[in-house]
Design a protein around this ligand. Structure first.
Ligand SMILES: CCC/C=C/C=C/C(=O)SCCNC(=O)CCNC(=O)[C@H](O)C(C)(C)COP(=O)(O)OP(=O)(O)OC[C@H]1O[C@@H](n2cnc3c(N)ncnc32)[C@H](O)[C@@H]1OP(=O)(O)O
Length: 312
């Protein structure tokens, strides 16, 4: 098992979920494999060289996203972004399903803000900060420089859809359904689905239908619509394929892969001209990396084994 560079605290404190063992550190330190397993609601392991597997791990509660899990998602993707022994990540769920969405106990606890005697302006300010803080962990996933493959089985509900729309690649099992469930609990989705799903699908009519009705979006339809790129018969097959895809990515130049992720996200949110300017500026530095020559030599010499790249 490799180690993670471990800088926790800021994100955890933001939502007020700071717990023993998650305190802010003055500098950085290595996280041993034991420490990696101190996540309470996630299981994090190095599944193959340069490949990490992050599993939602509250199977008895259908991986409902409680505050701890929400926070740990932000923390782990921030850490893996800076871990040079990580080049690709598989995100999956332990137990019967991927996730049942936000922990409804946490959602109802928000009601205490609404029903307090505080002035409406103060309550609005508190709710604004709460929602913005809930958005941060999923942004961390999207911002993580390493490609994230969401491998989904059985059900992905509410906040789970917000979570995986921030991933780079989505795959699922045949028995999976996705559900933008928020309207059924009386709210407009506010942690990413309404912003990212239209960009993932491209079909505005389908996006609106799914978001207005909260109907189940089954795997075959999700594949047809381009929401997932592959559907597998069962979880074991899917996980094997997810890890094999992650290994394939991890064998490429990290300079090339991380630059590609960064540019694709930039291009999604900017004009073609702005994107061309961004990649020119990026590559004016990155083309000077040894990875270019290493990859070119491996191709030209028809090298069988993948080339070895410096850590990044
Ligand atoms: C600012 C906030 C931003 C975020 C917003 C996010 C919004 C959302 O995510 S909306 C969606 C919320 N989720 C739901 O409405 C789903 C609720 N759950 C279910 O409908 C079913 O549990 C499900 C169909 C997913 C699975 O059914 P199954 O028969 O397989 O399991 P159950 O017997 O129902 O549940 C087993 C235990 O898990 C607990 N549980 C399930 N979902 C949640 C949840 N979302 N929150 C908390 N706990 C959950 C359930 O209570 C059972 O626990 P126990 O009784 O202790 O065994």
């Amino acid at each position: 098992m490799r180690t993670l560079i471990y800088q926790r605290g800021v994100g955890l404190m933001r939502l007020g979920f700071l717990k023993a063992g998650y305190g802010p550190l003055s500098g950085s330190r290595s996280l041993s494999s034991d420490a990696m397993n101190k996540f309470q609601a996630l299981e994090v392991k190095e599944a193959a060289p340069f490949v990490y597997q992050v599993s939602l791990n509250r199977p008895e509660k259908r991986n409902a996203l409680n505050k701890t899990m929400w926070h740990e998602i932000g923390a782990v993707f921030e850490e893996l972004a800076h871990d040079e022994d990580c080049r690709a990540i598989v995100l999956t769920g332990n137990g019967p399903m991927f996730t049942a969405g936000i922990d409804l106990n946490d959602l109802t606890s928000l009601a205490s803000v609404v029903t307090s005697d505080d002035d409406v302006a103060k309550k609005a300010k508190v709710l604004y900060k709460t929602i913005r803080d809930y958005q941060i962990p999923f942004n961390r996933l999207e911002e993580c420089s390493k490609p994230v493959i969401a491998a989904v089985h059985n059900a992905c509900v509410g906040g789970g859809v917000d979570l995986i729309t921030a991933a780079d690649i989505r795959i699922c099992t045949q028995d999976t359904y996705f559900q933008v469930k928020e309207v059924d609990v009386g709210l407009a989705a506010d942690v990413g689905t309404l912003q990212r799903l239209p960009k993932v699908l491209g079909n505005q009519s389908l996006v609106r239908e799914l978001c207005f009705t909260a109907r189940k979006f089954p795997s075959d339809e999700a594949k047809h619509a381009g929401f997932v790129s592959q559907v597998y018969p069962d979880k074991e097959t899917m996980l094997n394929e997810a890890l094999s895809l992650a290994k394939e990515i991890a064998e490429k130049s990290p300079v090339a892969v991380q630059g590609t992720k960064s540019s694709l996200i930039y291009a999604r949110d900017h004009s073609v001209e702005d994107g061309l300017e961004q990649i020119a500026r990026w590559n004016m530095t990155m083309l000077q990396s040894k990875d270019l020559m290493t990859s070119a030599m491996a191709m030209m010499t028809k090298q069988k084994d993948p080339p070895t790249f410096s850590k990044l």
